[in-house]
Design a protein around this ligand. Structure first.
Ligand SMILES: *[C@@H]1O[C@H](CO)[C@@H](O)[C@H](O)[C@H]1NC(C)=O
Ligand SMILES: *[C@@H]1O[C@H](CO)[C@@H](O)[C@H](O)[C@H]1NC(C)=O
Ligand SMILES: *[C@@H]1O[C@H](CO)[C@@H](O)[C@H](O)[C@H]1NC(C)=O
Ligand SMILES: *[C@@H]1O[C@H](CO)[C@@H](O)[C@H](O)[C@H]1NC(C)=O
Ligand SMILES: *[C@@H]1O[C@H](CO)[C@@H](O)[C@H](O)[C@H]1NC(C)=O
Ligand SMILES: *[C@@H]1O[C@H](CO)[C@@H](O)[C@H](O)[C@H]1NC(C)=O
Length: 273
């Protein structure tokens, strides 16, 4: 078996396969191991890269066809939910400080901002992110039970702290599902599984790190995403910016500060779960 975690994780198993059983419940009825985060889905599924893990509805069955059996599985996973990156946490905090400095009358739906204190950290996996990874390990044990019950996963992780911790939490969930598997007598002598951690330092051929792909980093299309973001921000942000600035006299939020305020929604919601 084989699991790789990168600022993205991967995972491989070999043997035969049974249909996935019904999965256990997660920490809230709307947050389950089987289906991920379905709480307030009309909002939380539209947070882009800040949405918690959720399974996407599909009419395409993910059951293994009857005439097939699985001999190998590989999972490539990103780390679980984290605090904002160091640079983002700085600009989010600065935006909140700016609002507090310049606005002296918080009313209506914005009244809560008067007492809102910025408390988010930087870069680290959150407790919620740890739980996402534990759920993932649990889910994958059950999905690949016929392989997983007698094999130990091979886990690779990129070296960043939140990624290594995600890998550890993934193995925790996998291990606890294995212990709960009555068929195999609740044993797992190989736990804690060894995790191959690959450094992200320059010069290391770490295939879990996008930094190795120089065309992606510096090639002619390397600015394609940020260019598109800027173009789109200039289209969709101004009405939102105008609405916030009208409701918060004195705030005078810029386009990027308006995006910061929007980003704060998912980052402030996750830790509560
Ligand atoms: C599944 O198929 C039905 C009937 O064609 C369609 O109405 C529905 O939107 C589809 N759901 C998804 C998630 O594609
Ligand atoms: C705060 O705003 C409300 C609603 O716009 C207004 O009625 C009130 O007079 C304002 N208070 C101060 C101290 O400016
Ligand atoms: C936010 O910025 C203020 C003012 O610079 C600082 O005192 C505070 O420690 C910062 N809070 C966090 C959580 O970084
Ligand atoms: C996630 O893994 C880290 C590192 O092993 C551990 O300290 C932490 O307690 C784990 N989280 C949970 C919720 O068990
Ligand atoms: C990384 O890969 C390149 C190209 O194959 C090779 O020249 C180099 O020696 C490798 N570096 C390390 C540290 O293994
Ligand atoms: C609002 O901010 C912009 C820069 O983003 C600045 O040019 C402008 O003077 C500010 N307006 C007020 C009323 O402070």
């Amino acid at each position: 078996m084989f699991v790789g975690l990168t600022a993205i994780a991967g995972f491989v198993i070999s043997g035969a396969f049974a249909r996935p059983p019904a999965y256990g419940a997660g920490s809230a009825p709307c947050d389950t191991i089987a289906h991920g985060y379905q709480c307030d889905d009309e909002v939380s599924h539209y947070w882009g890269q800040y949405s918690p893990y959720f399974s996407v509805p599909s009419n395409i069955s993910d059951d293994v066809p009857d005439q097939c059996h699985i001999t190998f599985a590989q999972i490539l996973s990103r780390h679980g939910a984290r605090d904002p990156t160091a640079s983002k946490t700085k600009s989010y905090n600065a935006t909140i400080q700016k609002i507090h400095t310049n606005v002296n009358n918080f009313t209506g739906a914005y009244a809560f901002l008067a007492g809102y204190e910025y408390t988010l950290g930087a870069d680290q996996l959150t407790l919620f992110g740890q739980s996402e990874m534990i759920h993932s390990g649990n889910k994958y044990y059950k999905r690949y039970e016929q392989l997983a019950d007698h094999l130990t996963p091979f886990v690779r992780s990129s070296g960043e702290a939140r990624v290594v911790e995600s890998a550890q939490n993934w193995t925790q969930g996998y291990h606890s599902a294995k212990l709960a598997d009555r068929r195999r007598g609740r044993q797992d002598a190989a736990y804690p599984y060894s995790i191959l951690v690959i450094s992200e330092e320059t010069g290391v051929n770490n295939t879990l790190n996008h930094g190795l792909c120089t065309d992606f980093e510096d090639g002619p299309d390397s600015d394609i995403a940020s260019d598109a973001q800027t173009t789109w921000a200039d289209i969709f942000i101004p009405p939102i910016q105008a609405r916030l600035n009208a409701a918060l006299p004195g705030a005078n939020l810029s386009v990027s500060e308006t995006i910061s305020v929007m980003d704060l929604c998912p980052f402030s919601e996750h830790p509560k779960r």
